[in-house]
Structures are given as C-alpha cells and as structure tokens.
Design a protein around this ligand. Structure first.
Ligand SMILES: NC(=O)c1ccc[n+]([C@@H]2O[C@H](COP(=O)([O-])OP(=O)(O)OC[C@H]3O[C@@H](n4cnc5c(N)ncnc54)[C@H](O)[C@@H]3O)[C@@H](O)[C@H]2O)c1
Length: 394
C-alpha cells in the first residue's frame, strides 16, 4: 500500500461533485506514488454536507473550513467554492503547510491573486505544492493539440480563434445566482468561461497574451432574487429583484508574444449553445481545431501533404499513445467531461509524490487573472491595453 494523500474538500456542489468523482476514481485508473484518501468534505449546512459526504464518498464531513485546515490528518485542501472565498481559504491552508488545489479563476481580483501566488511561493520553499483547476488542459485531445504544436506540426502560429458559448441565462427571469454578482464571482462570462479559453489557448500555443482590446455587455440588468442561492439551479420567487453586476458577454482581440493574433468570445447568451468551447489554430504549415462538444476528436489540416491529398482529417484521440488514454479503454471507446478532472488530480498527485511543482501554478493562474483584468480595463476605455507582468518591477 503506497503512502496516502489525505484530502479535505471545501464546497460540494457542481465542482465538488466533479472533484469527488476524480478523487474516487484516480487510484483505480492510474499507478501513482500516493493513494488519494477522501478524508473530509466541508460545507456550511450540517445536514446538507452530511448528505453530500455519503453521496459523494467522503469519510467525514465538517462545517468550518478552518477546522478542516487545522486537522493533522489532512494533507491537501481542495477548494470548490465561489471566487470570493478562494484567497482566504488558500492562504490559510498554505500557512498551515497544506497542499492546495484551487478551482479557477484563481481569485476575484489581481490583488488577491498576487497574495495567493506570493503565499504559494513561500510555501513551495517548504515542499508545499499548489495547482489551479484549469481542467480543460487535461482533456486528452487538448493535451495532444499542445504536443502537436510543440512538435512543429502546424509551423508558426498566425491565428488563434477561441469561443466559449453557453445559453443558461437567456431567460430574463432566471434568478440572480452568485455567478451574476460581482462581489461573489469577480466577473461574469469573462472570468467564468473566458478564463478557460485564455488558459487553454496559452497552454496549447505556448504563447502568452500581451495586449487586448475588449468589449463587455450586460444584456439583462436586473433579475429576480433567488429563493436559495445554490449555483445554477436556484429558482426565483419573482417578488424582489436585484442588479446584475457582471458581464453577460465578453469579446476581445489579443496579441500573443510569439507573434500570433487572436480573437476571444465568452458569452452566456449564445442561444442553443450549451458548453460550446472551440479553439482553432492556423499556422504556416497547417491548422488544428478542438471542439469540446466532440471532445474525443481533433481536426488537423496538414498543409505539407501533396495538394491532391489535402483536407481536414479527424483524429480520434483514443489511442494508448495519446495523452492519458493508456489508462482507459480500447481505441474508439470514448471518455467524457469527468475524465478531465481525474487527469487533473492524477497529475497533481504525481507531482506531490515526486516532489515537483504541478501546473498550472498559482503564478500561471495569476497571469490569467492579469489578462482578465486587462480585458476589464480595456472594456471600460475602449483602448488597446497591455497585460501587466506577473513579476512586478521592484
Ligand atoms: N473547472 C471548471 O470547469 C469549473 C466549472 C464550474 C465552476 N468552476 C469553479 O469552481 C468554483 C465553484 O463553482 P461551482 O460551480 O462548483 O459552484 P456551486 O455553486 O455549484 O458550488 C459552490 C459550493 O461552495 C459552497 N460554499 C459557498 N461559500 C462557501 C463558504 N464560505 N464556505 C464553505 N462553502 C461554501 C456552496 O455551499 C457549494 O457547495 C468556482 O470558482 C467556479 O468558477 C470551475
């Protein structure tokens, strides 16, 4: 029996369920230096968190995250709560010497993200590890996309085209859930789903966004207050309304440091699009595209082939030599959304067990936060806006 990594998870709704699935599965799918143990799940409501512990497979439950951090039998804190809580929980956990796995976006502001990255840098000198949960990096087709770009298969990248399209708030009577309140969520479509395509495009291209010009829009300015604010599924009673204080949609152009130009669109008003995450790269030798709604596939255009044979090819990313796929099924047997989280915790456990820093680090996630901030500033001024550096001038 290998040594254990004892996990305490805070928050048990959407991401809590996805992370629980990952922690439950990872020991059985991968050979790892440490065995994940689901020690304790934490929430604010005693009955609800007790029920979640049973349903999701946790050994115990708690109602105070500070008490979870104080426990000697917890090695890692997994943060699955809204953005307004990330900094406080993560910094307290790091100070107590716990590894931290924190959902994206890292924080609600650059100031918080800088504090978190600084706390992580100090903790790292004592062997404490951190990771931010940009799970789409761990979709095998996305990891393969990066591998093909690194191998030069599409040459010099000229264009990056990224969209993340949802439609879950097109009904003006959909209630004012936490994702629509700036003080809890930080921003709207921008930080929630725009952050994913920022991280993903920088990951697959190996290039960083240096400047942006942006617009944001809030189509529905006020909504019914929810009867119980519990994420996507809350329902309003219609009697009282509150202001929407975040963007419904964010669009921006960007320049990347490797010379590519890019377009980004993140919206919750793309009627009919449920989780339409698409990234296309056009390079000097070819093109490559990923669409999450066909997440086991990549489209690849190899411009070096004879003209008579050219055309977009569909790569089915289910071969054992594709990233992560050796752990799963025979070729052609597909995997799903939840596997991206299992792959995330697989990489996290591997890094902790072998004494390395996992990625994306808090510094990487701070850089995404700096892009989000530049987009927000540009949307206010309508000017091209530089992305501030991760390292501040001394
Ligand atoms: N990686 C992804 O694809 C992805 C998808 C959705 C959400 N997220 C991120 O995950 C985080 C959580 O989002 P979600 O969709 O799971 O939200 P959710 O509303 O479904 O769940 C939030 C959970 O946090 C709990 N919570 C809230 N405040 C708390 C507090 N002060 N102390 C203890 N528990 C508290 C709630 O009770 C609930 O269990 C956010 O940062 C979000 O951006 C990431």
């Amino acid at each position: 029996m290998s040594e254990q990594l004892r996990v305490g998870m805070v928050g048990y709704a959407f991401m809590g369920a996805a992370h629980s699935q990952a922690w439950r599965t990872v020991n059985h799918a991968f050979d790892l230096p440490l065995s994940a143990r689901m020690s304790v799940v934490c929430g604010r409501d005693e009955n609800a968190v007790a029920a979640a512990a049973t349903k999701l497979g946790w050994e115990s439950h708690a109602t105070d995250w500070r008490a979870v951090i104080a426990r000697d039998d917890v090695d890692l804190i997994d943060i699955c709560t809204p953005g307004d809580t990330h900094a406080e929980i993560a910094i307290a956990a790091l100070a107590a010497g716990k590894h931290v796995f924190c959902e994206k976006p890292l924080a609600n502001s650059v100031a918080e993200a800088r504090e978190m990255a600084a706390a992580a840098a100090v903790a790292q000198t004592h062997g404490v590890r951190v990771m931010c949960g940009f799970n789409y990096r761990r979709v095998p087709a996305v990891a393969l996309m990066r591998r093909m770009v690194e191998a030069g298969r599409i040459g010099t990248i000229r264009h990056v085209r990224a969209t993340y399209l949802q439609d879950w708030i097109i009904d003006p009577e959909f209630p004012l859930v936490w994702r629509l309140r700036k003080e809890v969520a930080g921003s709207g479509a921008l930080g929630d789903i725009g952050a994913h395509i920022i991280d993903m495009t920088q990951f697959v291209t190996g290039q960083s966004i240096t400047s942006v010009t942006a617009l944001t829009e809030t189509f529905i300015k006020s909504r019914p207050l929810p009867s119980a604010s519990s994420g996507l599924s809350a329902s309003g009673d219609g009697s009282a309304r509150g202001d929407v204080t975040v963007d419904d949609a964010a669009l921006f152009l960007a320049r990347l440091d490797g010379g590519a130009v890019a377009t980004y669109e993140a919206t919750r008003f793309a009627t009919g699009r449920k989780n339409g995450l698409r990234v296309e790269l056009n390079g000097s030798l070819g093109s490559i595209a990923f669409d999450f709604e066909r997440m086991n596939e990549l489209e690849f255009y190899d411009g070096t082939r004879p003209t008579a044979e050219q055309g977009f090819a569909r790569i089915l990313v289910t071969e054992p030599d594709h990233p992560y796929m050796a752990a799963w099924w025979p070729p052609g047997h597909l995997i799903g959304y939840e596997h991206s989280f299992t792959h995330e915790v697989r990489d996290l456990i591997e890094a902790i067990g072998t004494g390395q820093d996992p990625t994306p680090s808090f510094a990487d996630a701070l850089q995404v936060q700096l892009v989000l901030d530049a987009v927000s500033r540009s949307a206010e001024t309508s000017l091209w806006t530089e992305v501030d550096p991760v390292l501040q001038p001394v």
